[in-house]
Design a protein. Structure first.
Length: 160
């Protein structure tokens, strides 16, 4: 069975690269997601299809929180909303439970919200697979490389 979830927090190029590097993630669509008001403006995000037999929702959420500023409420949060976007009530409840458990165990004040995914808009073709197509671009070296390094150090058994 393949499940679907969305993640937003930082640049969608970074989010795309992080989730493309994970075993069990079958597809990553990079673009913009919007929810219900007051979160109905599009925010950079990625829509993920994953196999829960290989990688759990809890692990995906842990990785998401690790790889963006999930405790920082900076002025660009509308464009880079820290969120877990769900498609149904079951994934909403599970995501909230996981997020609350992580807040308690990590003793961090995550600003990440669990929101319904109302609409997803795919990015322009030229920007898809950004890291795969240009890993030596200055943006990739400055932002994506450090995140992937951290991911491999802390979640090596889940990386490709």
């Amino acid at each position: 069975m393949i499940n679907e979830i969305g993640f937003g927090g930082g640049c969608h190029w970074c989010t795309e690269a992080i989730f493309q590097s994970l075993r069990g993630v079958k597809k990553v669509d990079q673009g913009w997601i919007r929810s219900h008001p007051p979160y109905d403006t599009y925010s950079e995000a990625a829509r993920i299809q994953y196999d829960p037999e290989i990688i759990s929702l809890a692990t995906l959420i842990e990785i998401h929180l690790l790889t963006h500023s999930s405790t920082s409420n900076h002025p660009l949060r509308e464009k880079y909303r820290s969120a877990i976007y769900t498609l149904d009530e079951d994934s909403k409840i599970k995501s909230l439970e996981i997020l609350n458990d992580l807040k308690a165990s990590d003793k961090k004040d995550y600003i990440t919200r669990v929101l319904p995914m109302v609409e997803f808009k795919l990015n322009e073709e030229q920007f898809l697979d950004y890291y795969k197509n240009q890993p030596d671009a200055p943006f990739c070296k400055r932002y994506i490389h450090p995140k992937l390094k951290k991911l491999r150090a802390e979640y090596a058994n889940f990386t490709k």
